[in-house]
Design a protein around this ligand. Sequence first.
Ligand code: ADP
Ligand code: MG
Length: 388
Amino acid sequence: MSLCTEVATTFTSRFGLTADGVWSAPGRVNLIGEHTDYNAGLCLPIALPQRTYVAARRRLDRRLRLWSGQADEPVDVQLDEVAPGHPGGWGSYVAGVLWALEEVGHPVGGLDLVVDSEVPVGAGLSSSAALECAVASAVADLFELDLTADDGGRAALAAVCVNAENTIAQAPTGGMDQAAAMRSREGHALLLDCRDGSVEHVPFEPETRGLALLVVDTRAEHSLVDGQYAERRASCEQAARELGLASLREVPAHRLEEALTRLGDPVVRARTRHVVSEIARVEQSVEALRRWRIRELGAIFDASHASMRDDFEISCPELDLAVDTARARGAVGARMTGGGFGGSAIALVPWGDEDEVGEAVVEAFEDAGFRTPRYFAVDASGPAGRDA
Ligand code: ADP
Ligand code: MG
């Protein structure tokens, strides 16, 4: 049975009524452009084939009853009690969406809802945005908000989901994940300009070029993660302030060296070098993709990884090993992806070599005494929407 059918069946057995419908949204993996979103920069995610499904039914009152196949405890909360940190846990990602819709003046109400997901949770593949965006699609349709039909509405829903995650779940997130889940197009990467929120769809079908995109979920867990995102963000803001700019996006790549001479702190300089060069690498990647210059794209991926490892210092031994092993086994290019300190890496590999490269990474992890990683090939999939 597909997860879409399954989640509807679970809904009926939990609530004793049939759901009004089923909606889903994808996880995402970023091809390139890391820690650029909160610097008003560029990034280039694709929507994953793995999705989070929600079966939902509109209620006449303002109660929210929520279940998830990925959570031990259900959530039962009144919409009017939703506030920063409340209901807490996974329920905040769902309830936060309804709260954030009301914040921008959309009338919504109570909901019965069941979640089930194929997106690995906490693997840097954005299960959180997949959950928010599946819920946002369901609520927009059920309460007839007319926000899912065009990209303008979808951009508004993505912003609502960012606010839900930042304010109610109290997790910092820059906007790339929700844009990927709401605004992607199948067979395309999403070039997102975080300065004005505009998007471009860049054809991305590696299999037509004899390639596959391999994702390696390192399953590494590092206790340092908390606070690191805020620290990196603060360094970037400090750099922009010292340069008298609204954001690091305002530093063109050819002015980078000059800008660096005006920054006193060597750490802030290194962070700045990553952000400015990474934004340039997104532009270069789009050019390379449009012409399918594979070697060039691979080299850009490699340079991006080095920048994150050495200048932004967000890699970890597991990510470095996954990337180095994939390259040694014939990947055209490889890099860590997502926020860092664990999570996933991507590698562009010759089509048909996915398992060989993946198994090589598994073996290397075993030799190093790391947890067994997971790997899978992905293609660029479609955005959030109604399934049934
Ligand atoms: P990720 O990289 O997967 O987005 P996050 O830490 O941002 O990692 O988000 C993970 C959190 O999102 C989980 O701890 C949980 O609270 C919530 N979440 C994501 N998917 C689900 C799901 N299917 N069911 C319940 N909660 C979920
Ligand atoms: Mg997340």
